[in-house]
Design a protein around this ligand. Structure first.
Ligand code: HEC
Ligand code: HEC
Length: 411
């Protein structure tokens, strides 16, 4: 209901009651009406960030966000109670999981890398390459109930009974949706998860302080030079990773249309993809159009310093001696930063070669025919410019987001 209609309702109801009721019940009526008015949700967005578009059937409320936070981290949402959404989406890694592929409850590997969830509120299409995944409200069905692959492996309503049996949940569901135990439904679970995920907004990185808050000392000289390389016509990065969210697939209250693009950035050759099963071939899996092989949504580069291994298949990772989670890495004093720096340098090498193949990156097969060669073509940067570009990418890490208690597990 529009605000005007609410005001009309208030004045009608309250006005009529004035004629026939005493002041005590008038106050009760007023309280009732105030409770009915949808409270505008306070986004508290970082400077430079537009208001996300929210589906009309699931308006934001703090109560749904609070419930969604519990559900996101609750292993009761998996059939064997061993895994939650948070098990594959870790806050310290900007809600990615650090593995090459997500691993579900049966140990089955997902065909793709677990994505970070920062600023998912602005993605008009979700997942690496499925244009049918349009809303956070429906996307969660896939990890909850999907069987190819099995992620959380839910196969019946037992999880709802478990939630009802946990004394925390009926009050949380009632506050979010009204209606006591009956409000513990599959749809309300998904809606609350969506509302919570929409609040995972990351806009406090050094880049944001520099760019949106006028703090000219937030970036180093190298990072400022790297920003120019990123936005320049030699490296062309900004064409696919542009805008406040560093991706060209974007939708928010200041867009009139949804911007949706899928690109082949040359991560693999056609020879390589042809040998893989269809679910590893990107957009082609859904459209069945051969030239869509190897096409993916350009990921947001926010927090890219913690979301390695990179690409849809986690194929770009740091060397073992730069990896803090590898035995030799510990010996070498490796940290997450050394790993990110090393892996991002490989990403830049791949782009500067115009993608894998035709002799680039040790691969003699032809380059993929679906590469958009106006944007992905060999370019030359000096060693300093490459370093600067990597340092700039590292300035997109928002440490406050990675530890903000609002997004951490309540358990
Ligand atoms: C087994 C690990 C795993 C679990 C558990 C899991 N996810 Fe994911 N998530 C992934 C992977 C892998 C992808 C990439 C999917 C794809 O490309 O098809 C992904 C993608 C997503 C995306 C799309 C992000 C984007 O940028 O488009 C959202 C949203 C998401 N997951 C939310 C959830 C929620 C909510 C839950 C719990 C109900 C959950 N995930 C459970 C592994 C997991
Ligand atoms: C033609 C569009 C396009 C251009 C230009 C482009 N990218 Fe990408 N980028 C993509 C796509 C698509 C992916 C995902 C590809 C995949 O998963 O196989 C990607 C992935 C990445 C990733 C991995 C992120 C992650 O979370 O896995 C990084 C880092 C990256 N790009 C940085 C850059 C930089 C730096 C430049 C400029 C040198 C650049 N990109 C230019 C489309 C592009």
């Amino acid at each position: 209901m529009k605000l005007n209609s609410w005001l009309l309702l208030i004045s009608l109801t309250f006005g009529c009651n004035l004629l026939k009721k005493d002041s005590g019940s008038k106050n009760e009526d007023l309280l009732l009406l105030l409770a009915l008015i949808p409270r505008g949700y306070q986004w508290n967005l970082p400077p430079g960030f537009p208001i996300p578009v929210v589906p009309a059937e699931n308006p934001m409320s703090q109560e749904k966000v609070d419930l969604g936070r519990f559900l996101f981290f609750d292993s009761n949402l998996s059939q064997d109670r061993s895994l939650s959404c948070g098990g594959c989406h870790k806050q310290s890694l900007a809600f990615s999981d650090g593995r090459q592929f997500g691993i579900g409850i049966t140990g089955e590997a997902h065909p793709r890398n677990a994505q970070g969830l920062a600023n998912a509120a602005y993605h008009p299409r979700l997942t690496w390459s499925n244009p049918q995944q349009r809303t956070l409200e429906s996307q969660s069905r896939t990890p909850m109930f999907g069987t190819t692959p099995i992620e959380l492996g839910l196969s019946n309503d037992e999880y709802l009974s478990r939630l009802k049996a946990d004394s925390r949940y009926i009050p949380l569901f009632s506050a979010a949706f009204g209606g006591g135990a009956d409000s513990v439904t599959e749809q309300n679970v998904r809606f609350a998860l969506a509302s919570f995920q929409r609040t995972m907004i990351s806009g406090g990185s050094p880049f944001d302080h520099y760019n949106f808050r006028g703090n000219t000392s937030a970036l180093t000289a190298s990072q400022i030079r790297g920003l120019r390389v990123f936005n320049g016509e030699v490296a062309e990065c900004f064409h696919c990773h542009g805008g406040f969210n560093f991706t060209d697939t974007s939708f928010h209250s200041q867009n009139t249309t949804q911007e949706v693009f899928y690109h082949n950035n040359g991560t693999h050759t056609k020879v390589y993809y042809d040998a893989l099963s269809i679910e590893k071939q990107g957009l082609r899996e859904i459209t069945l159009v051969e030239s869509d092989q190897g096409k993916f949504r350009a990921p947001s580069l926010r927090n890219v310093g913690v979301t390695f291994p990179y690409m849809h298949d986690g194929s770009i990772m740091c060397d073992n001696n730069a990896n803090p989670n590898h035995a030799s890495g510990i010996a070498a004093g490796a940290t997450n930063l050394t790993c990110a720096r090393n892996a991002l340098t490989k990403v830049v090498e791949q782009y500067s070669c115009g993608g894998v193949g035709a002799g680039c990156l040790g691969n003699s097969d032809p380059k993929h025919p679906s590469i958009d060669t106006t944007l992905i073509r060999p370019f030359t940067l000096t060693a300093q410019e490459k370093t600067d570009l990597v340092e700039f990418l590292l300035s997109l890490t928002d440490s406050e987001f990675l530890s903000n208690p609002s997004f951490s597990s309540p358990f």
